[in-house]
Design a binder for this molecule. Structure first.
Ligand code: 5GP
Length: 189
């Protein structure tokens, strides 16, 4: 997706060889027009996949997931990272290791928001090692739904997540697959 790649090149900052900062349009401030285009692109790529529901993880997945759900006219569900006292009944949980916090958290889904006849598209902001995506897929499948695929705004293709998901048989669409990055440069596949 050319528009997105241009924004990453002009505003993104590789904090190291493996962490990319895009907080001016995706992770802190959100460019809603860019996110609208992102949602429309995911909807186009998964148009024939029979998607009935979008699932994402709070917080940075919410903007692209909302726009994708709007473009596909399906419901959107947010998996939680922190469990509150009002979220105690009928929940499915899985431990996931957070790339950015460098610590585990309990990914949580209220089972009734994913139905056994659903075909779910998982949308997230970044794909790195695949921990978040594999955790989300495990909960979706535990809810007896099928996975239509994984859509990530940015994939760091030099990290193993995308390859591992594809090897496991899941379709992965990355709108901006980064092949290499470092101080002062970002390259796409
Ligand atoms: P994974 O679970 O695939 O290792 O990492 C994906 C999750 O970690 C995403 O949900 C995203 O929030 C976060 N993440 C991974 N890499 C980056 C990165 O380079 N920059 C930012 N801002 N977040 C990242």
């Amino acid at each position: 997706m050319e528009l997105l790649k241009q924004r990453i090149l002009s505003e993104g900052r590789a904090l190291s060889g493996h962490v990319l900062l895009v907080d001016s349009f995706l992770n802190h401030q959100v460019d809603v027009n860019l996110m609208k285009a992102v949602g429309e692109e995911f909807a186009r790529r998964f148009a024939n996949a029979g998607v009935t529901r979008i699932v994402t993880i709070e917080a940075s997945g919410i903007a692209p997931a909302t726009m994708t759900a709007l473009a596909m006219n399906v419901p959107m569900v947010i998996m939680k990272k922190a469990v509150s006292s009002i979220l105690s009944e009928g929940i499915l949980q899985r431990e996931v290791f957070s790339f950015t916090r460098n610590a585990p958290y309990l990914l949580t889904l209220k089972a009734r928001f994913v139905r056994p006849d659903d075909k779910v598209l998982f949308i997230d902001d970044f794909l790195a090692n695949g921990e978040a995506a594999f955790g989300a897929i495990a909960l979706i499948e535990q809810a007896s739904a099928r996975v239509a695929g994984v859509g990530t705004v940015i994939a760091k293709a030099f990290q193993p997540g995308m390859r591992k998901l594809r090897e496991a048989g899941y379709r992965v669409e990355a709108l901006a697959p980064v092949s290499r990055m470092g101080e002062g440069f970002i390259e796409f596949e």
